[in-house]
Ligand binder design. Structure first.
Ligand code: GLN
Length: 298
């Protein structure tokens, strides 16, 4: 039987149309090596692959070529510096969503007042937003209680397992948006489904849970529900931050304003697109530090 080296297997995979980085990461996975070991591949390009590794690599190559996200094939995705385990039960965390986490942390950072900062991630999926916020607050020595909600029990299993592996305390609630949530929060952050149901991009996203992606004719069905429900679950002066589609910022700001939110504004993602919009729930005495945070940014 002819043997194949690492370099030959990679060259064949590139030739078949697989991205270089994807091919390298899949070969490392097939060899049981960490994703950070790409230099190992260079140093070992004349090593012959064991038949089992070659078979595993070929099976993963075919899955990737069929459009399955790399994160599902290797079983993990880095988000905000955390290695999250992911599979087809949850949306793959996107770098765009880090904008939402950064904005949340900016708002929470100067808040020293309440003993326990209460933060809610609505539609948590893999747990990405709740875990990133909980991890950052814990690293900063802040007392905080993070809650994460999802309508999918299967997604909550993934998120719970990520919290356990990362040793982060998050309370998980099985709920359709805020239906089963009783407390109030200083901050609610959400990356809800926001793709229009007839959007052709959904074809490329067919391996991910459709209920985590599509939200009615204009993609705003869930955002409308969240904006309508959130005021009852925000402490006075609390913030609602929403991720949305590249062309939805204006409409989401309008929805927030017409609901009565104050300080309504948007934030850009790394590509310079208005990717998140949010506002502060104004009635009652506002928490001073949250006001201070709001004043420092536009
Ligand atoms: N940002 C994702 C995409 O367009 C969609 C995520 C979502 O609907 N929340 O690929």
């Amino acid at each position: 039987m002819s043997s194949i080296t690492c370099a030959q297997a990679l060259a064949a995979a590139y030739g078949s149309g697989l991205e270089r980085l994807d091919a390298q990461l899949l070969l490392l996975q097939a060899l049981g090596k960490p994703a950070g070991a790409r230099s190992w591949l260079l140093a070992h390009d004349t090593d012959e692959l064991a038949p089992e590794a070659l078979d595993a690599f070929e099976a993963m190559r075919l899955r990737r070529m069929a459009g399955e996200p790399l994160a599902y094939i290797v079983g993990s995705k880095e988000f905000f510096g955390l290695a999250l385990q992911v599979d087809a039960r949850v949306l793959v965390p996107r770098p765009d969503t880090e904008t939402l986490v950064e904005w949340s942390l900016d708002l929470l950072e100067p808040l020293n007042g309440p003993p326990a900062l209460r933060v809610l991630d609505l539609g948590t999926g893999s747990g990405a937003i709740a875990l990133a916020i909980a991890h950052s607050l814990k690293a900063a020595g802040r007392a905080a209680a993070a809650t994460a909600v999802d309508a999918s029990a299967a997604a909550l299993d993934v998120a719970r397992e990520n919290a356990r592996r990362l040793d982060l305390a998050v309370e998980f609630v099985h709920s359709n948006w805020l239906a089963q949530v009783g407390e109030s929060f200083h901050l609610i952050a959400s990356n809800p489904p926001y793709v229009a149901s007839a959007d052709p991009h959904l074809v490329a996203l067919r391996h991910e849970p459709p209920q985590a992606l599509a939200a009615g004719q204009d993609g705003l069905d869930d955002i409308r529900k969240i904006i309508a429900q959130a005021p009852c679950r925000l402490t006075p002066g609390g913030w609602l931050l929403l991720e949305h589609g590249y062309d939805q910022a204006c409409r989401v700001r309008e929805l927030l304003v017409s609901q009565g939110f104050a300080q309504v504004q948007s934030r850009l993602d790394l590509a310079g697109i208005e990717r998140c919009s949010g506002g502060q729930w104004p009635p009652g005495p506002a928490i001073p530090a949250l006001h201070a945070a709001a004043g420092g940014q536009t």
